[in-house]
Design a protein around this ligand. Structure first.
Ligand SMILES: Nc1nc2c(ncn2[C@@H]2O[C@H](COP(=O)(O)OP(=O)(O)OP(=O)(O)O)[C@@H](O)[C@H]2O)c(=O)[nH]1
Ligand SMILES: [Mg+2]
Length: 639
């Protein structure tokens, strides 16, 4: 972490304000930090916050960020954008007003966004008497019971007189101490809160990074535009800095981007593993308030990060989700949004605008899930459970990879982790045996491997049952029947061979215990036919002649020829068959000839083998095909 100015240590913690309009959020931040975050002319004129405000704040010697949000009900979407990424809240309730509608709505939103820390400032104590203060304090405590602020201190303060501020500062220190700064080892990503263009700098984007760390000179991608750019300057908590990381209030200057083409809701991130998507699987919690519900196929406002769009909510089960219920849903967004697994979202009804729920984004979906398809709900449930925890999610993604195995790049894109962090997780999973590197760079889950291996053994078992005389299928046949990728199949075969379950013989694959079985007639025909082929090396019989020799039917003779080929005792050359020894002999003869003569004129082959053109030419072509010879016109050379 960079040293801040004046010996203060910037930590990557950002707090936010929240509470009803006019309850004194901005005034409190001004007294606390000296910053007036209502700097717009319109804000001054109307006496209310409209935009997000930012103030660096010293808590003992630690420097943290504060985002001040507007309380007006029309600016809830601005509040959501500001509250995204905060670690703790200064929850403001005015003592004269007490709990009001946006007090409640802001708390709901903070809860859905996953905020877990905070303090409560009971402002305007100068405007009420002790008795009223007592009532409002109890009312606030009652209201907060059962929420994440249940145990938070309720601090009476006056932003006018400064009463209660020493205690507020102490509580703030405890709050900051209780927050564990987020680790910065993820892929850098920041939803854009504001953009501006100071003269001579080009575009600046601000926000609270939700993961990772960047430094000056790093390249960033802007989504959804897909534009790359390089970081020229960084400010953190309004001071120049070399790096910006998760949890800080950051301003990042990327001169290449066109300021006019940028807005709140865009996302900037390192690398290219993010992608805007229009379909997301989500875990949706409906707020536990009277009569709230979300109907299947309802149209809602969807907020995540700093973006807002419309969404159609397709529940994975049931026709509606009722107050207090947590359900799985797939959301189709009005426009593609860039979000990651585990991000939070908020749903609001379009009109009258009201927050009804929100929760966890599980993953973007490449295609719509069919809720009636067996297994879809169960899988979505597993996915949602896995996404909250890094290792569990990586394991889930390996286990459910398309084509049964995944390479690291595809995995990194799915789990949105930097390569080196992912490698650590993969190594840990491999060490405990949950994940296997089945082929070079191809990761497979142990359970997937077990199921796929049973599948392969089953294919072999069936093959042996149907063709007991065959040594087994060729690797090509097994590849076709297993529908696995070649590298994965090769890896699995190697594993099964070394485990002693599969044998590789005669260029075929078989169950280790398999032995070819022939009928006694077949054994007899095999012996006779093979003997003739051996004897008549370069003048072999055809199928009909073989049938005559063995005194069997042509169909049976054909089968015997196939068996002899499988046994590698005959070799098929186009429509002809030769004994394997004849082929070897021919090879030796022509190699010997070419070594002496430097080449072989094709017409000479028949003399060399003392046969006819009918056999000589197919043999030459065979040796071309298997890479022994090289043909130039009518001349052959050794390859
Ligand atoms: N008497 C008294 N007035 C206060 C106190 N805090 C704020 N005010 C006044 O209340 C009004 C609203 O204060 P703000 O700080 O702008 O309220 P806010 O919560 O930021 O309002 P929005 O941002 O619009 O939601 C201003 O006129 C303040 O001067 C306080 O502690 N005591
Ligand atoms: Mg304000």
């Amino acid at each position: 972490m960079a040293e801040g100015t004046g010996g203060n240590r910037p930590v990557n913690i950002t707090l936010g304000t929240a509470g009803h309009i006019d309850h004194g959020k901005t005034a409190l931040i001004k007294l606390l930090t000296g910053c007036d975050t209502d700097h717009l002319k319109e804000e001054k004129e109307r006496g209310m916050s409209i935009e997000l405000g930012f103030a660096p704040c010293l808590v003992s010697d630690l420097e943290v960020g504060i985002v001040d949000v507007p309380g007006h009900e029309n600016f809830i979407k601005t509040m959501v954008a500001g509250a995204t990424g905060i670690d703790g809240v200064i929850f403001v309730i005015a003592a004269d007003d007490g709990v009001m509608p946006q007090t409640r709505e802001h708390l709901d939103i903070l809860t859905l966004l996953g905020v877990r820390h905070g303090i409560v400032a009971l402002t305007k104590v100068d405007a009420v008497d002790a008795e009223h203060l007592d009532i409002v304090t109890r009312e606030a405590a009652d209201y907060l019971r059962g929420t994440f602020l249940e145990a938070a201190p309720i601090l009476p303060v006056s932003n006018i007189t400064g009463q209660g501020f020493p205690e507020l500062l102490d509580a703030l220190k405890d709050l900051v101490d209780s927050i564990e700064p987020k680790p910065a080892d993820g892929v850098f990503r920041m939803p854009v809160e504001r953009t501006f263009s100071p003269k001579g700098y080009g575009t600046v984007v601000t926000g609270i990074p939700v993961s990772g760390c960047v430094r000056i000179g790093d390249e960033l991608t802007l989504y959804p535009q897909g534009k790359r750019g390089r970081i020229k300057n960084i400010q953190v908590y309004k001071h120049a800095a070399d790096t910006a990381m998760v949890g800080q209030c950051a301003a990042i200057n990327v001169p290449q981007w066109d300021y006019n083409a940028l807005s709140r809701g865009n996302v900037v991130a390192s690398g290219d593993i993010f992608e805007p998507a229009a379909w997301y699987l989500c875990e949706l919690r409906v707020l536990p308030h009277d009569r709230l519900f979300v109907k299947n196929a309802a149209s809602m406002k969807f907020h995540t990060g700093t973006s807002e769009t419309i969404a159609t909510v397709y529940l994975l089960e049931g026709s509606s989700a009722v107050a207090g219920q947590t359900v799985l849903a797939q959301l189709r967004l009005g426009e593609p949004v860039t979000a990651g697994p585990g991000d939070r979202f908020i749903l609001r009804t379009p009109s009258p605008a009201q927050t009804v729920g929100g929760g966890l984004i599980v993953e973007s979906l490449s295609e719509r899930l069919k809720r009636n398809k067996p297994g879809v709900l169960a899988d979505a449930t597993l996915r949602a459970a896995a996404v909250g925890e890094r290792r569990g999610f990586v394991e889930y993604c390996i286990r459910t990879a398309d084509a049964l195995a995944t390479d690291r790049a595809a995995l990194a894109r799915r789990v949105k982790l930097p390569a080196e962090v992912l490698e650590g997780v993969v190594s840990a999973l491999a060490a405990e045996g949950a994940v296997v590197e089945i082929a070079p760079k191809r990761l497979m889950h142990r359970r997937t491997l077990e199921v796929a291996a049973e599948g392969l053994l089953g294919i072999l078992r069936d093959y042996h049952r149907q063709r007991p005389e065959s040594p087994g299928p060729t690797p090509e046949t097994l590849l076709e029947q297993s529908r696995l990728g070649k590298d994965v199949l090769d890896g699995m075969v190697a594993a099964l061979v070394s485990a002693g379950r599969i044998a590789q013989r005669k260029g075929r694959l078989a169950l280790a215990e398999h032995e070819e079985r022939f009928s006694s007639d077949q054994s007899d025909w095999i012996a006779r036919i093979e003997a003739v082929f051996r004897e008549r090396a370069f003048d072999p019989p055809g199928t009909d002649e073989a049938a005559d020799i063995a005194q069997c039917s042509a169909a049976e003779a054909e089968k015997v020829l196939r068996i002899l080929c499988e046994q590698q005792r005959l070799v098929r050359v186009e429509k002809l068959f030769f004994h394997a020894e004849a082929i070897e002999k021919a090879r030796a003869i022509l190699i010997d000839h070419i070594k002496k003569e430097g080449r072989l004129e094709s017409v000479k082959m028949k003399y060399l083998l003392n046969t006819t053109r009918k056999y000589a030419i197919p043999l030459l072509d065979h040796f071309d095909r298997i890479g022994v010879l090289r043909r130039v016109g009518n001349t052959r050379y050794l390859k």
